[in-house]
Design a protein around this ligand. Structure first.
Ligand SMILES: Cc1cc2nc3c(=O)[nH]c(=O)nc-3n(C[C@H](O)[C@H](O)[C@H](O)COP(=O)(O)O)c2cc1C
Length: 476
């Protein structure tokens, strides 16, 4: 199955007619507004902090830290690009592990006393770059994403999974060759981990970050706990128990790092894991009901926002005002998480026009935002919109369907997009992310991530040839 490329939908009429064909509701503005009162340029208040405009850089890892968890020049380049993007909210920079066994790869950043100064350096670099380009950082809000990768931990060897799980999973356990209870985290293990999150949050505050994101998305531990319906004990079963991890971390941070703001990035819906079908198009790995999708309706491919709604109500109660919505997981259903025309090498061909996936995330976010107008909500999954990203983003902000437009893959190929849009400059078409997924394929094969097709810096790196060879081999 192939789908019309977004770059061919050159006029508003063509774009709208494709959406109509798909039966998808996705509102967009035909003209972009300019000036300080334009929807994307207006500041946004987040508790005590002012965010200078409506663009947010989503956390984007590069698999390029040192083995002991410090940034390298590649990490610094990426953070510096975040700074010169013009976006005024930096949601976490990238996933940073709170301790070694929670790293998703042996090159993931780690926050502890030994890496502290280097992590401070990253934030300072981002802010210096931003100040140089835009004159001030008074309205720039920078947070750090704290994580434990749980089921997807690979702390020591790129090829060796060392999962730490919340519960036995009928589909995902076999995929990771888990055959017994040994990877399960006990309640006592989780209590220790809560302490590690609090220690990392304290360090984050000292490092000058305004907030930390307690990551609850993409199949990593925080997210997996939310679907621990069958987990016995105090961290499983009821929603109250499944959110105990978050509540205890929050209480610890309030006590140990007062003044530090909190945010949560959460997969607000999930589907059953997918796999390649006979022609490599993605198919659900099981049919006839699926009970492990947080925000799912029990069918495996439908949404029920009742629990995510209760989760956001809890955030409000905990005085957590910053929320970033996302969906699913890049490991088991990437088409709902990061809609793409070209799958990563270990993925599957898109089972739907990726525009459907974009609209699904935008709609779910809008439904939640309307019920929680007081929360600052950042949306995700916009990169596939390509030329239409600013038009859809402006409309979503204007309609109150989201507060900030999050940028993920687009910022790897085209970091200056927010600045260009806000200044009314024409988009640099050659830099627009076309969702080739090399930024995902590379790390899946042990290489650093980056935009190999479009960023001249990565085009020139030796890994590009390795990547081409790997992709050719995967296609055979
Ligand atoms: C290479 C790569 C690295 C990513 N790293 C992270 C991460 O560290 N933390 C996180 O929450 N999401 C991460 N994501 C997901 C993105 O933040 C974002 O949700 C996703 O790419 C969809 O947004 P987009 O359509 O703008 O790309 C990553 C995505 C990619 C492609």
């Amino acid at each position: 199955m192939s789908y019309p490329r977004v770059s061919t939908l050159k006029t508003p009429e063509l774009f709208q007619s494709r959406l109509d064909q798909l039966g998808v509701t996705l509102h967009f503005d035909t003209h972009l507004e300019l000036g300080p009162s334009a929807p994307l340029a207006r500041p946004c208040q987040a508790g005590p902090d002012t965010i200078g405009n409506r663009f947010c850089i989503l956390p984007m890892e590069g698999w390029d830290g040192t083995p002991d968890g410090r940034p390298t020049e590649l990490t610094q380049r990426r953070w510096s690009n975040f700074g010169r993007s013009g976006a005024k909210l930096i949601w976490g920079g990238e996933a940073v592990a709170v301790r070694h066994d929670g790293r998703a790869n042996p090159n993931q950043l780690l926050l502890n006393d030994r890496t502290f100064a280097d992590i401070v350096g990253l934030r300072e670099l981002l802010e210096q770059t931003h100040r140089r380009e835009f004159g001030t950082t008074d309205d720039l809000l920078v947070g750090l994403q704290l994580t434990h990768s749980g089921r997807y931990a690979k702390p020591n060897d790129k090829t060796k999974a060392e999962p730490r799980t919340a519960y036995r999973h009928p589909v995902l356990d076999p995929r990771l060759k888990i055959t017994d209870d040994s990877p399960l985290l006990s309640d006592a293990d989780l209590e220790r981990l809560i302490d590690d999150f609090v220690v990392a949050a304290r360090l984050s505050r000292r490092a000058g970050f305004r907030f930390v994101d307690i990551k609850h998305c993409h199949g990593y531990l925080g997210h997996e706990l939310l679907s621990g319906y069958d987990r016995p004990g105090k961290f499983g079963g009821s929603l109250e128990n499944r959110t105990r991890f978050l509540r205890e971390i929050t209480a610890g941070i309030r006590a140990e790092a007062p003044g530090l703001e909190l945010g949560v990035r959460v997969s607000v819906f999930d589907f059953v894991p997918f796999q390649p079908g006979p022609d490599r198009t993605g198919i659900p790995s099981q049919t006839g009901g699926y009970r492990y999708a947080f925000g799912g309706d029990g069918t495996g491919q439908g949404i029920d926002l009742s629990e995510p709604r209760a989760f956001l109500a809890l955030l409000r109660e905990l005085r957590i005002h910053l929320v970033c919505t996302t969906a699913g997981s890049p490991y088991y259903n990437p088409h709902i998480q990061r809609p793409a025309m070209f799958p990563p090498s270990d993925g599957y061909q898109p089972p739907e026009d990726p525009l459907v996936g974009v609209a699904r995330q935008i709609q779910a976010t809008a439904d939640l935002k309307r019920e929680f107008p007081d929360l600052v909500v950042v949306g995700s999954g916009y990169s596939y919109l390509q030329e239409w990203l600013p038009n859809v983003g402006q409309r979503a902000v204007r309609d109150g369907a989201v507060d900030l437009v999050g940028l993920g893959r687009m910022v790897l190929s085209y970091p200056e997009l927010p600045a260009d849009v806000l200044a009314g400059r024409e988009l640099a078409r050659k830099k627009i992310c076309r969702t080739f997924s090399d930024c995902t394929t590379a790390p899946r094969n042990g290489l650093v991530s980056g935009c190999y097709p479009l960023d001249p810096f990565y085009k020139d790196r030796p890994e590009r040839d390795q990547l081409l060879t790997l992709k050719q081999a995967a296609e055979k």
